[in-house]
Write a protein that binds this ligand. Sequence first.
Ligand SMILES: Nc1ncnc2c1ncn2[C@@H]1O[C@H](COP(=O)(O)OP(=O)(O)O)[C@@H](O)[C@H]1O
Ligand SMILES: [Mg+2]
Length: 553
Amino acid sequence: MEHNEEKMRSSFQVMAGLIGMVKPLLGFMVLAVLMGCIGNLAATFLTVFGGYGLLSAAGVYDGKPFYVIAAVLIIFAVFRGILRYAEQSCNHFIAFKLLARIRHQVFAALRKLAPARLDGSGKGNLISIITSDIELLEVFYAHTISPVAIAVITSVFMSVFIGYQHPAAGVLALVSYVVVGAVIPLLNGRKGKESGQKYRDSFGELNTAVLDNLYGLEELLQYGQTGKRMEKMAEQTEELEKTSKRLKKDENVQRISTDTVILVAGILMLVLCGYFVREGEMDFYQGVIAVIAVMSSFGPAAALSALSNNLNHTLASGNRVLNILEEKPVVEDVREGAELEEGTVACQNIGFRYQEAQDGVLKNFNADFEPGKIHGIFGRSGCGKSTLLKLMMRFYEADQGKITYGGENVNNIRTDSLRSGIAYVTQETFLFHDTIENNIRIADENATRQEVEDAAKKASIHEFIMSLPKGYDSRLTELGDCISGGEKQRIGIARAFLHKSRMILLDEPTSNIDSLNEGIILKSLKKEKEGKLILLVSHRKSTMGIADKVVQM
Ligand SMILES: Nc1ncnc2c1ncn2[C@@H]1O[C@H](COP(=O)(O)OP(=O)(O)O)[C@@H](O)[C@H]1O
Ligand SMILES: [Mg+2]
């Protein structure tokens, strides 16, 4: 059986993968970057033109008259505001469109991976991918791609502009941009990665502990464990505070080093230009403009310093999302194939082992199930009864042997035909936040109210439902946890009675139900069995009483 490895990609591969997902929005992304560049340059040139204006007023610069420069200034100021707004809204439009797209893709992937993927361990991981990982990608799209592009483009543009005043000044500017935008963030990023990871780990642990203690409060009170738990939580809080302080310190160091480099760059530029002006290699006004330009253009590069701390985390999230999208399902749906036909269901020499497991669950299992009969499947807990039903539903494929429906191999039957032709009651009934009627009705959307009630009667749950103030219209959210395990199970069984299929698979349907209600349900099953194939799994001998044939596993 194929094993799905957790794939680790390089940062570059993750970024390439994430950018690949945005293809349909690439136009918007280019637009956002373009507006960001122009907006940032407009801000820088506001100051530069201010310099030209002053120089012109002082009579040092006579390239353009003062009023022309003033008009340009005003235009730039207005542009700056409009472009900034446009860039931000463009970025967020992209990010949210993308998140919707990615969520859609992840759910499509999950749909393919289910039900096997939701069966095993690692379900919790999936939830964090669906919620926080995808959410974090917003940071990548809205606050990573475009700032980097903007910083590179504007810095190159400014280096050329300053280099136009004097080539050496241009080189100095370029070097300072690289130090502020790349060297400092990368150096700090390496250090921040550890404290950042530690912070998130402690944060996660504390979160889990709080929820755990909240949900388990009754048990903790009963066993007198609250004091101990409080101490543990206080320790964790302290740990979190320590890491948080370290993180703040790192951030401050980074901010201070960035500011220092910017200042030093300004001073160096002043010294350099002063030298060139005295040597006659530069006009005085050019020297002033070069200094003003470099001092006022670090914005985009400095913005990158805040980025690198998040980047590792974002890329790890991206890696997990890409893994889900590329994960191969344990079984592929059969899209073209035979219809599910009635007839004997035969299991021939079935052998099966779960991916992660050492030992096989089923070995050389043989059984024939015929229509018109109730077949009991009996065996101790853990012997593979539920697994057998999952193989029959083709949630997994058998490693050896075959399962046939009316002679047709289950692997050749269209998956939708197979699943809609069988009413399968699992060990865990899931109830939706909806009315009881709708919860039963999901088995057959077109059923009348009368049919829903009949099914409920067969499952011996009708009287309980009628005892509720709103009867079938009671919403399960309002009932909260007041519904017992047995009542839940009986709603699951009612669904199976409502589902008009010729095959019913019941996995421990009465495990939480008292013998009186069990008797009623088993009697209903007996009435239903005419022309139907019913499989009844149980580890209880008494339940097997109504079976026409019993298979011991
Ligand atoms: N998704 C799974 N992944 C790995 N092992 C599993 C999985 N589901 C069940 N098992 C293991 O397979 C064995 C048979 O399980 P199951 O079919 O549920 O037994 P039963 O229904 O007879 O109690 C058990 O040892 C169980 O731990
Ligand atoms: Mg079971």
